[in-house]
Design a protein around this ligand. Structure first.
Ligand code: NAP
Ligand code: MG
Length: 395
């Protein structure tokens, strides 16, 4: 390696697997250069959460990061870890600094068939990671009265629009997004599609949400025409806009093999649909592509808390480390690409091939056993699984 990548450690079972896979699959083969940030809940507490923002700044500086799953603190965790405060989600903190889009893609294994029989190629979801209902202002309306949207410009001038005239109790919600955030979303999608050689689909509901979703559609189109059309034409990549309900129908009946750009909520819902129809959350890659030109690779699942408690009692759990391994190979490949290191790039590809070949040969953790055809002869625990990959890689 020439330049370091940013290594962000996390919590619970994924932290256990992180150390194990580094020891067995990375360090024996790669002269690893990394800048390490410990985002365990204990260390976030000890640093007053300063370490979370520092890790994002480091990704901005070096361009590539790899992140373990981390606990998002809640009231239960506050008691469990004797926390000084309820810290925000580290993913939220990192996304707020880097901006951009989260891309999730199933890891294709020939012995694990998707739940939807027409799918031949993976479907990648690009989820806008800012705004809409995730940053909404909500209000309970106690009884009769008028609700309005009011915009006050810095010069004091105002614009108003009536939302509803209530004759009894109800609810109201105000959502927003910024042109700059939508533009960043569109740019990240086209950059990712060019990287992966995939056609781009974007869907919203501009027939109903004429102004709001209409703005998303217009900005996507503007970014495509002004910044990407020539590059996409050259690479043979098409751009297609349709209504969200039409997109869902086409995706389910189609062969897959596209990047499906989704607004924040659509991406939340559709990525879980794609993940479960494709197998498991542990068989998904996830990368945050920032319009600042940096990349953060992670697993799509959480810290696998229940397995961790069993591991603490001495059990060798059968937790699937594939998404964590692919987070590392994603980050190493990106580092290799930026720094022009063909050896590192070849290693990352070999490690991915070793994982896929092992699963296809019947070496797998318990979560995959029920999905695999033929069913495996035995279920490997995480330690046996990683040893089997290391043996293949060594050979
Ligand atoms: P989770 O860690 O994703 O696990 C939920 C269940 O899914 C597990 O109990 C397990 O099912 C199955 N599973 C997930 N990953 C697996 C793997 N690699 N191998 C095998 N099975 C796997 O979600 P959670 O338990 O609800 O959340 C735990 C913590 O993770 C929470 O504190 C949450 O804040 C955090 N979280 C972090 C991130 C992130 O950092 N990106 C994302 C989501 C959640 P079985 O028990 O049936 O085996
Ligand atoms: Mg979700």
């Amino acid at each position: 390696m020439k330049n370091p990548l940013v290594e962000i450690d996390g919590d619970e079972m994924t932290r256990v697997l992180w150390a194990l896979l580094k020891e067995k699959l990375i360090l024996p083969f790669v002269d690893l250069k990394s800048e390490y940030y410990d985002l365990s809940l204990e260390n976030r507490d000890a640093t007053g959460d300063a370490v979370s923002a520092a890790s994002a700044e480091a990704i901005r500086k070096y361009g590539v990061g790899v992140k373990c799953a981390t606990i998002t603190a809640n009231a239960e965790r506050k008691t469990e870890y004797h926390l000084k405060a309820l810290y925000p989600s580290p993913n939220g903190t990192i996304r707020a600094i880097l901006g951009g889009t989260v891309f999730r893609k199933p890891i294709a294994v020939s012995t694990i068939r998707p739940g939807i029989s027409t799918w031949k190629k993976p479907i990648v979801i690009g989820r806008h990671a800012y705004g809409d209902v995730y940053k909404a202002a909500e209000m309970e309306i106690p009884g009769a009265g008028k609700v309005e949207l009011v915009y006050t410009a810095h010069d004091g001038s105002t614009q108003r629009r009536q939302v509803a005239e209530f004759s009894g109790p109800g609810i109201v919600q105000g959502i927003h997004n910024y042109d700059e955030s939508i533009r960043g979303f569109a740019r990240s999608c086209f950059l990712f599609a060019l990287d992966e050689k995939l056609p781009v689909w974007f869907a919203a509901k501009d027939t109903v949400s004429k102004l709001y979703d209409g703005r998303f559609k217009a900005i996507f189109n503007e970014v495509y025409e002004n910044e990407f059309r020539a590059k996409c034409d050259k690479a043979g990549i098409s751009y297609f806009y349709t209504l969200i309900d039409d997109a869902v129908a086409r995706v389910v009946k189609g062969e897959g093999g596209m990047l499906w750009a989704c607004k924040n909520y659509d991406g939340d819902v559709m990525s879980d649909m794609i993940a479960s129809a494709s197998g498991s959350l542990a068989m998904m890659t996830s990368v945050l592509v920032s319009p600042l030109g940096c990349f953060e690779y992670e697993a799509a699942h959480g810290t696998v808390q229940k397995h961790y408690y069993r591991w603490q009692k001495g059990e060798k759990t059968s937790t699937n480390p594939v998404a964590l391994i692919f987070a590392w190979t994603g980050a190493l490949s990106k580092r290799a690409e930026i720094d022009a290191l063909p050896g590192l790039s070849a290693f990352a590809k070999r490690l991915e091939n070793a994982v896929v070949a092992a699963i296809e040969a019947g070496v797998m953790t318990g979560d995959l056993a029920g999905l695999s055809r033929p069913a495996p002869a035995k279920i490997y625990n995480s330690w046996e699984f990683i040893d089997a990959i290391a043996a293949r890689l060594g050979a």
